[in-house]
Structure formats: C-alpha cells, structure tokens
Design a protein around this ligand. Structure first.
Ligand SMILES: *Cc1c(COP(=O)(O)O)cnc(C)c1O
Length: 403
C-alpha cells in the first residue's frame, strides 16, 4: 500500500468525515511550491486557502518561530509578552483602527467582534439594538453564532435552531439593506469580497453607500477581512479600495504565515466598550504566532508583496477575461488582486480542479461551478502564464469529455 492510500484509510477510520479532500498528501513546501509523499512537485495557487501569503516556510517566518519556540512558547494572557504588544502596535499603525484583540481563527475573531458590537450597542445605542445585518452568500465561520451570521441557508439547515440576532440581505442592493434596518439593528457585517460564497465583490458605490447608511442610522460597520486582509486584494486591507473606513475589521488567514492567529481591530470609541473580564482566550495572541505574524508583516513590506499582488493579480485577471472570450465554459471572472474566481457555465469545477492537480497545479473551488485562485502573493507573471496555459488545456479536455 502506498503512503497516500495508507493515509486515506486512517482518515476514513479515525477522522470525522467533514472534508472532501484532494487525493494528495503534502510533506514539504517552499515558496510557491509543494511536494507530495512521492516527491512530486506542485505549483500552489491556493496557498492553503489564502493563508500562506508570503509563501510556504518563508525563511524569515521559520527563523522567527524557531527563535521564539526556543525562548518561550506559552504563558497565557495573564501576562505581558513582547511579540503580542508589538503586533498590536503594528496592526494599529497599518489600519484605520486603534486597538486590537487576538484570537486563534477567523470564526473566533468574528465572534469577538460581534461580542464587542453587542456591548458597544448596549452602552451607546440602546438595549434592543442587538441585530446584525449580513449578506446572503456570506461566510463568517463555523461556530454556531457564525453559522447564524453566514447567509447560506443550506449550510445552516442541519444545525437549526441557530442563535438569534442575524438577518440577511442580498449583496450589492442598497435599498434591500435600507429596508432591512429596524429599531433592533446595531451593525452591518460584510466581506469586501465574499470568498467562500464564490468570489463576489462588493461594488464600489454599494460599500460606500453602506457606510453612509451606517452613519445615518448610527450603526457599526464590521468588515470581515479574514480572507481579503493582508495584501490579498492588492491593498493591505480591502476596505482601502473603497475610500471608506469601517468601525471594526476581523482578520486571520494571511496573518500568521500558516500559524493560527486571528484578530479584530476597532476604533478607540468602539474598543472602549470592552472591560476586563468581557472577553478572553487561553491561546490567542501567544508569543509564537505573534512572532510569526510580525515576520509576515515585515516580509509583505520588504518584498513589496502587496504591490506584486495588485500587478500580478491584474495580469492574471486580464488573462482569465481573455480566456472567457474564447472558451464557452467560462461564464464569469470575478475578484481583485490575487483573490480571483472563475465561474463555469456547468458543474465542472471539481473535474477541472482534479485535472489541474494532475498537471501539478493546485487550485481551489467553491461549490460545483466556481474555480478559485488564491496563490501566495509571491507569484509572478510567468507563473500566471503557466497556470493560464494549463487551465486552457484543461477546459478543452473537460469540454471534449462532456460533448
Ligand atoms: C475563512 C473565513 C472565515 C473563518 O475562518 P476560520 O479560521 O476557518 O475560522 C471567516 N470569514 C471569512 C471571510 C473567511 O474567509
């Protein structure tokens, strides 16, 4: 039995069956490359779901983690640690916000942001203003409360009843949002570009309009930048594309270079609502993950990766748009920077992903029709050329098979 088969058997017997896994087991990563158990090399255009933005095992991240692991791994949040304090300062300097809180994941960052919103609303807006409006097709995480926030009924159904406090509106429809605002509304929470929902960007005028509506009605605007943050869309944070500032952003994926670290950042007047005892975490903001995150932020800057994401992303999107003109299977191309989606006109996403994997390229998918590209921000135009070529071939193969 080869190694992959062995792992498949172990998984089947001992791990709950919640993941539809790709038929590959990776053992090594470096930059934009991955190697599987048989030593086969792949080009990674998924980056572990938009996580390994600076590339796999970046030497500066590895060194930061190694040095920290040898000094101190954990002490809990009863004590001060330098990496956490420095990271908090750095996040404030990079964003609209003043204060942050560290969590272990995107879902947890969102949970914390919602708790902060509730407390802020109780203190400043009124006891009854606990409701948060989110969008259909949104994705905010897998905890019960974030499942309630996630506007995807098919994901929610098996787990009802869900915690109350969230209502959903269609994205990019300002009048629908306006109509949904009631005496109970305390905040609006949106992804600047919906990720897990299938790469659906907020339109420029829409998000600006949402900000105005929030100001008019005294609502907080929470942006879930768990996927769009840290250069993914060609800006440090995606809200920068819209010329607006949110009241809270939530972050995770790209922050830790692969280590689990999430955060939410708020303006001072909102952050003030939290007092000692209101929120906490055992592991969050530990010295190892914060050291990794500091290294990531340093690399984004020193290697100009955000500018690279903008330029290479634009090049990639142009290539995909060109493909849309010649390949009837391609129905739509969406996204910004290195967060791009291709909607197929048929349910062929998984076969395309598999054939790309056979060509040694890792890409992602959402549902049955949407291909998703979230490469590390270090990729260049010739990587993109290679992917476009393989994708063109793959789409032709798949077309040939369905005819
Ligand atoms: C991935 C994601 C989450 C959930 O993050 P986890 O770390 O898996 O909990 C939340 N919001 C958005 C926008 C995401 O892309």
């Amino acid at each position: 039995m080869d190694k992959l088969e062995e792992l498949e058997k172990l998984e089947e017997k001992y791990h709950m069956h919640t993941y539809a896994r790709y038929p590959v087991a990776f053992v090594k990563g470096e930059g934009k490359k991955l190697w599987d158990v048989d030593g086969h090399e792949y080009l990674d255009f998924l980056a572990g779901l938009g996580v390994s933005s600076v590339g796999h095992c970046h030497p500066k991240v590895v060194l930061a983690v190694k040095e920290q692991v040898e000094k101190l791994i954990h002490v809990s949040n009863l004590f001060y640690t330098e990496p956490q304090a420095l990271l908090a300062e750095k996040l404030a300097s990079l964003s609209f916000g003043d204060k942050c809180f560290f969590a272990n994941s995107g879902a947890e960052a969102n949970e914390g942001a919602v708790k902060l919103t509730r407390k802020y609303a109780k203190l400043n807006l009124g006891e009854e203003k606990y409701e948060i409006i989110t969008a259909y097709r949104s994705f905010h995480g897998r905890t019960m409360k974030m499942l309630a926030a996630t506007g995807q009924p098919e994901k929610q159904k098996p787990f009802e009843p869900l915690p109350p406090g969230f209502i959903h509106v269609p994205l990019n429809d300002l009048s629908a949002l306006k109509a949904a605002i009631s005496a109970k509304t305390g905040a609006v929470m949106l992804e600047p570009i919906q990720g897990e929902g299938g790469i659906y960007p907020c339109e420029f005028e829409y998000l600006r309009g949402v900000r105005e509506l929030c100001d008019e009605h005294d609502l907080l605007l929470i942006l879930d930048e768990v996927q769009t943050g840290f250069g993914r869309t060609g800006k440090m944070f995606a809200y920068e594309h819209f010329g607006i500032e949110p009241d809270i952003i939530t972050l995770a994926k790209g922050l830790g270079g692969g280590l689990p670290v999430g955060a939410f950042i708020a303006k001072e007047k909102v952050a003030q609502a939290f007092e000692p005892g209101d929120h906490g975490t055992t592991f969050g903001g530990g010295p190892v993950v914060c050291s990794a995150a500091l290294a990531v932020l340093d690399i984004l800057d020193s290697e100009s990766l955000i500018q690279n994401a903008a330029l290479v992303g634009e090049y990639f999107k142009r290539g995909l748009k060109k493909l849309q003109k010649t390949q009837p299977l391609v129905a739509d191309v969406r996204g910004k920077g290195l967060m791009l989606g291709v909607e197929l006109d048929r349910e062929l996403a998984w076969p395309v992903v598999q054939k790309m994997l056979e060509k040694s390229i890792v890409i992602g998918y959402v549902g049955k029709k949407i291909l998703r590209f979230l490469p590390p921000l270090i990729v260049n135009e010739s990587d993109v050329e290679g992917v476009l070529l393989s994708l063109t071939m793959t789409l032709e193969e798949v077309m040939g098979e369905v005819k």
